[in-house]
Ligand binder design. Structure first.
Ligand SMILES: NC(=O)c1ccc[n+]([C@@H]2O[C@H](COP(=O)([O-])OP(=O)(O)OC[C@H]3O[C@@H](n4cnc5c(N)ncnc54)[C@H](O)[C@@H]3O)[C@@H](O)[C@H]2O)c1
Length: 247
């Protein structure tokens, strides 16, 4: 049985990735801080493997929660997942001069520390079990490339995710674990719903494809990186941003 863990599977890119991976025959573990939306993700999966899918509550910023989820998964599947997709992410935007210490910490704790905790915890379990083939896909952001006004916390956390992933790739390749990072641009999910329409239109004018991306378009790339079709891709950063002209 191939088993996929899916962190942040309750919404947006995470939910779309659950759907695409399930379409490819995967067993889905939709893990999210919002258990209700994770349950909805699983109930909406269209394939016939319902028994092998499950949803779990996780708070990726808490090591205790991440470890508990690993134990729950081991009890249910008798092995750790060999595909880990770290999709959990938050924004708490403000100008640098106005940003509170709390908002800075919250974003770094979920986006960067959460990615670290999940990557470390599940990689250890994969190695301990002697599984020789696994793929970890982390999600950065185009905002990490050049910074973005109002997002000093988010941009910095996502830049960290990219370099964390590249370092993990170099350390974990010897155990058959590939690590790659996907860099979405401007994708049509709840996380961008807070952006005022006039600002959204300004962003779209700056994309050569002249539209926002859909979550499924990111999910297809994640699924490729999860599969053996990408067996020689390691430590890569793949932009899925419709040819953003500048940010
Ligand atoms: N949508 C975009 O334009 C865009 C662009 C670049 C990067 N991203 C990144 O892609 C990833 C997915 O974003 P999305 O657009 O699907 O957003 P989303 O808000 O739809 O989904 C994020 C999910 O993360 C979960 N989550 C938040 N904090 C958590 C925690 N502490 N523990 C576990 N789960 C938690 C949320 O409940 C939610 O289901 C994020 O990392 C985001 O930063 C998104």
């Amino acid at each position: 049985m191939v088993c996929y863990n899916f962190v942040g599977g309750g919404s947006g890119i995470g939910r779309a990735t659950c759907q695409v991976l399930a379409r490819e025959g995967a067993s889905i573990i939709a893990a999210d801080r919002n258990i209700k939306t994770a349950e909805d993700t699983v109930s909406q999966l269209l394939d016939k493997k319902e028994n092998e899918h499950c949803s779990v509550h996780i708070d990726v910023s808490e090591s205790k929660s991440v470890k508990e989820v690993l134990q729950e998964v081991l009890r249910k599947y008798n092995r750790p997942p060999t595909i880990i997709v770290n999709c959990a992410g938050i924004t708490k935007d403000n100008f640098l001069l106005k940003m509170s210490e709390q908002d800075f910490e919250d974003v770094v704790n979920v986006n960067l520390k959460g990615t670290f905790l999940v990557t470390q915890t599940f990689a250890k379990a994969i190695i301990e079990k002697g599984l020789n083939q696994a793929s970890i896909i982390n999600i950065s952001s185009i905002a990490a490339r050049n910074g973005n006004i109002g997002q000093s916390n988010y941009s910095a956390s996502k830049a960290g995710v990219e370099l964390l992933t590249k370092t993990a790739a170099k350390e974990l390749a010897q155990f058959g674990i590939r690590c790659n990072v996907v860099i979405p641009g401007f994708i049509n999910t709840p996380i961008v719903n807070t952006i005022p329409p006039e600002l959204k239109n300004r962003f779209i004018a700056n994309i050569s494809c002249k539209r926002m991306g859909e979550p499924q378009e990111v999910a297809e790339v994640i699924t490729f990186l999860a599969s053996e079709k990408s067996s020689y891709i390691n430590s890569a950063s793949i932009e899925v941003c419709g040819g953003l002209l500048s940010l």
